[in-house]
Design a binder for this molecule. Structure first.
Ligand SMILES: [Ca+2]
Ligand SMILES: [Ca+2]
Ligand SMILES: [Ca+2]
Ligand SMILES: [Ca+2]
Length: 204
């Protein structure tokens, strides 16, 4: 009888340990899936943005963010062929960060999605008609990962208070683009992912 009780006790302990392990495993699994979703979203958005600049005439950048200068809004023109020996460019395009629908820039979560002052990336295919815009994605952070609004370079990348989307030109045809996304993890925290890429522009 004593052996049976001990065995039952051990069995109960074992079951508890297994349940605990499964629960933690599930949490870790869900966290891993959520991280991968945000990372995938960030990668797709960044690739889409970077694809805008593969055939851009580098002299068309406005502003031209060189040195310690960065920008979250940029105008540019894409090459679309040659005519009479001269490069032809299409209409001036624009990428910019805009406040998410329902958000005001006030340090509060106005639209109730748990994110504060979050942005979306908009593409204007022709600045002659600026009201025609395409959204390239949402959940962009107001500031880049690791930055506080204090005039300092908190994340040590050489520029201060940069936004969740920023462009920089090395002055020699390479444009760096960085994107920081944030999403709630459903457990009171948030998932932040930042990806950075570089694009070689045209020089014609
Ligand atoms: Ca919000
Ligand atoms: Ca707000
Ligand atoms: Ca910085
Ligand atoms: Ca800062």
């Amino acid at each position: 009888m004593v052996e049976m009780l001990v065995a039952a006790g051990v069995f109960a302990l074992l079951l508890g340990a297994i349940a605990n392990t499964v629960q933690h495993g599930n949490q870790a699994y869900r966290q891993g899936v959520a991280n991968a979703v945000v990372e995938g979203q960030c990668r797709r958005m960044l690739e889409r943005i970077a694809a805008e600049f593969g055939d851009v005439d580098r002299s068309s950048l406005n502003p031209n963010p060189t040195g310690l200068f960065w920008t979250a809004a940029i105008d540019y023109a894409r090459a679309n062929g040659f005519a009479a020996g001269a490069l032809q460019v299409g209409p001036t395009r624009r990428l910019l960060l805009a406040l998410e629908t329902g958000e005001l820039d006030n340090g509060l979560d106005d639209n109730g999605n748990g994110l504060i002052d979050e942005r979306r990336v908009l593409l204007v295919p022709d600045t002659a008609t600026p009201a025609e815009r395409v959204s390239l994605g949402s959940q962009v952070r107001e500031l880049a990962e690791g930055e506080l609004p204090n005039g300092l370079d908190d994340n040590g990348n050489g520029i201060a208070d940069e936004a969740g989307l920023w462009f920089r030109h090395d002055g020699n045809g390479t444009l760096t683009v960085s994107l920081s996304l944030e999403r709630l993890d459903g457990r009171g925290g948030s998932i932040v992912r930042t990806l950075t890429t570089s694009v070689r522009m045209r020089n014609d």
